[in-house]
Design a protein around this ligand. Structure first.
Ligand SMILES: Nc1ncnc2c1ncn2[C@@H]1O[C@H](COP(=O)(O)OP(=O)(O)OP(=O)(O)O)[C@@H](O)[C@H]1O
Length: 473
């Protein structure tokens, strides 16, 4: 809603213009002379100014350049009783938005005012975007995937439509939601977080929509509710997939009408909030399973910001880890620390199911474990991360002879391990030898350097002969 100034000495016209503006919810100030108009425009910010041409202390058009030069860029609509084509042209050249005759209908004036205010909003949003580079807030990383997401933040911040942010737990959904808000024209208004997973079923409606005193047992005072608290700002519905079907239905209505009726109250209040929602669940699957309303999904997902898991943007891991280490060192009053190369390798090899949050916690652990050591090693990491990386490497290794035992208690002595390994290798060799020589014993003896009798003995011991017999029978 805007603030509108009417500079006109005719009370009937001023009254009509004020009615038009107030009907659309704008606030109105009046000035009857050039002097009063100048003072008002200097002391407050107006979205639009109606300016009469003939005023008691002079020609309204002489004030036009001064009004147009105000940094808040008011839209100026010239009002005059006489049709003056030259004056109209002059006014437009000097920065007026439109030239309106006093005889114009109320709806014509109303439409002209709304058009002007909309245009001003657009201009200001575009100017804001051009002038200010995107503020990344504290978002760290430079991978192509992260930069793509930041590009979307910039684009979405300039818009007003609802956004759904998806991604695994800990990828930074709330951080990106705040970045959209903080880069939008709503940045100075509240960013209200609703954790849908933590809403107690019985109190949810009161918390969201507010309640009057005495609306239910325990409602000993009035409560505004989170939806109304977000008026002018952004409402962030975290974990939207956890909303009950009942609350989904209520939210859909609020999104459609942008009004809320607190529990126990008769009056509806409007709330001008922008909605950003987030989830780590597959909402489309939930729609298919009828646990999430498809009509709500369409409303919430007017824009989509998918955030990639950390393992798909390994380029960010080292920078993130170093930033976290620096911040924990500063927090604990420790000297700066660097990351050893092998530790960096372990960080890149781990799959980070808890994403950036898990990395942050791991670095906190490592800094605490290392205390005054200037270099962090992989030994400083939480044990479960080191074990997972070691197991992953062993499983990935093609040279592995035996599967990894479940625990250290299943490991044999090195002597027994060697004997068993020797037996496996020997068996493999004999099988390869007989296959590749096509059971030509003479050739097999020549290649292996074994005597005939020794070869037969070994084939028998390893059941290679037996296998051949059974294969050919
Ligand atoms: N790119 C990043 N740069 C710096 N810190 C980050 C980044 N991404 C996430 N974090 C940090 O990781 C932690 C988790 O982030 P956030 O709470 O935004 O994740 P989320 O996806 O909303 O998690 P959840 O699904 O569990 O609610 C926070 O401490 C946040 O500051």
């Amino acid at each position: 809603m805007a603030r509108v100034l009417i500079i006109d000495d005719d009370p009937t016209i001023s009254y009509t213009l004020a009615r038009v503006a107030r009907r659309s919810g704008h606030e109105v100030d009046f000035a009857r002379t050039l002097g009063e108009g100048r003072d008002c425009a200097q002391n407050a910010e107006y979205g639009a100014i109606f300016l009469d041409v003939i005023l008691p202390d002079g020609d309204g058009l002489t004030l036009l350049p001064e009004l147009a030069a105000h940094s808040y860029q008011p839209m100026i609509l010239i009002i005059t009783g006489a049709a003056e084509p030259d004056g109209a042209a002059n006014a437009i050249v000097n920065g007026a938005w439109e030239y309106i005759q006093k005889s114009a209908s109320i709806s014509h004036i109303g439409q002209a005012l709304e058009r002007a205010l909309r245009h001003r909003e657009k201009q200001r949003a575009a100017a804001q975007n051009q002038e200010k580079p995107l503020s990344r807030e504290k978002i760290v990383g430079n991978s192509p995937a992260l930069n793509r997401a930041l590009g979307m933040v910039e684009q979405y911040a300039a818009s007003e439509v609802n956004v759904l942010i998806t991604g695994e737990t800990g990828v930074g959904k709330e951080m990106f939601a705040r970045a959209i808000h903080n880069n939008s024209r709503r940045q100075r208004k509240p960013f209200v977080v609703v954790d849908c997973a933590a809403l107690p079923e019985t109190l949810a409606e009161g918390m969201l929509f507010g309640h009057c005193k005495g609306a239910f047992t325990g409602a000993d005072r009035e409560r505004k509710g989170l939806v109304l608290e977000a008026d002018g700002g952004t409402l962030f519905l975290d974990e939207i997939g956890e909303l009950s079907l009942e609350l989904q239905k209520k939210f859909l209505r609020i999104l459609q009408e942008r009004t809320v009726r607190p529990l126990g109250g008769a009056q509806e209040y409007s709330s001008d909030f922008r909605l950003i929602a987030a989830t780590n669940r597959n909402i489309e699957d939930m729609v298919a399973a009828e646990t999430f309303r498809s009509d709500l999904l369409y409303r919430v997902k007017e824009l989509h910001l998918p955030l990639p898991p950390l393992r798909e943007r390994q380029e960010d891991i080292q920078e993130l880890a170093q930033v976290f280490v620096d911040s924990f060192c500063a927090q604990y009053g420790l000297a700066e620390k660097l990351l050893d190369a092998e530790l960096q390798d372990v960080l890149r090899s781990y799959s980070w199911p808890g994403n950036v949050r898990e990395l942050r916690n791991a670095m906190n652990f490592a800094v605490t474990a290392a205390r005054h050591e200037p270099l962090l090693y992989s030994q400083h990491l939480p044990q479960e991360i080191r074990i997972a990386v070691t197991c992953g490497r062993m499983e990935a290794s093609p040279a592995r002879l035996f599967p990894l035992p479940e625990s250290k208690f299943e490991l044999p002595s090195l002597h027994d391990y060697r004997i068993e390994a020797y037996r496996v290798i020997e068996s493999q060799y004999l099988a390869d030898l007989m296959t590749l020589t096509q059971w030509n014993i003479k050739e097999a003896c020549e290649i292996s350097g074994l005597s005939r009798s020794r070869l037969y003995a070994l084939l028998k011991e390893h059941k290679v002969l037996q296998n051949k017999t059974s294969a050919s029978s």
